[in-house]
Design a protein. Structure first.
Length: 226
């Protein structure tokens, strides 16, 4: 029942924010992907120590009246802020993710969500949120993350700003290395996070056929951001 409620909420959010055509397109993709899909990824690593080389002013959003927040406990998942975060096209409920140890880092503009970065510091949270099965070692301060930007606030630096603030907040919690995947076809994300001087350490292929899933990683020697 919770999954149905999450999907209905996501569909309503997409319809309001992106329109009917986007809802139909993404609904079709969603249905097809119940049976088969194949995706190629780059695997990046970002060490929190690199924050010392960044100037936060270079990543300030092109807007006024924004606020960054971090929520890491299920009992905090109430009120307008978490309802907003819960409305993205995630396929899971925020409160359930938090109960499994996930962390939500997000930026609001007034009462609107601009960008959210979901962090999975353990396998239980990662599996629930359906992140790619990237190898992560929590004992070494590693975690994986995934972000979503409200279409209304794209190309306004909110993804970069939220990510920088999130890495700062996570470092204080002992989480120091972000291992994340970017779909090879997602050029905007590759350009956005290349600015952080992340290290491209591997490529991966993820495939699903009916109920079987296959994940393969192989290393890359080096990469230079455009």
């Amino acid at each position: 029942m919770k999954k149905v409620e999450a999907l209905v909420g996501a569909a309503n959010s997409i319809f309001r924010q992106e329109g009917l055509s986007a809802l139909l397109r993404r609904s079709f993709i969603f249905l097809v992907e119940r049976f088969y899909w194949s995706k190629s990824y780059y695997i990046f690593e970002y060490d929190a120590e690199r924050l010392e080389d960044l100037n936060e002013n270079d990543f300030m959003p092109k807007s006024d009246g924004f606020e960054f927040r971090v929520v890491s406990a299920a009992d905090q998942a109430s009120g307008l802020a978490m309802e907003i975060v819960d409305s993205g096209w995630h396929g899971f409920r925020a409160k359930d993710a938090l109960q499994r140890g996930a962390i939500a880092c997000f930026t609001l503009v007034g009462n609107e969500l601009a960008h959210v970065m979901w962090v999975a510091p353990n396998e239980r949270a990662r599996d629930y949120m359906r992140f790619t099965p990237i190898s992560v070692d929590p004992s070494q301060g590693e975690y994986c993350a995934s972000g979503w930007t409200n279409p209304k606030y794209r190309r306004m630096n909110f993804a970069r700003y939220t990510s920088v603030k999130a890495v700062q907040a996570l470092k204080e919690r002992g989480l120091t290395k972000d291992r994340y995947t970017v779909n090879k076809r997602n050029v905007p994300s590759l350009q956005t996070f290349g600015r952080f001087e992340s290290r491209l350490c591997a490529e991966a292929r993820y495939m699903k056929l009916l109920w079987w899933r296959f994940w393969r990683e192989w290393p890359i020697d080096s990469w230079k951001a455009d």
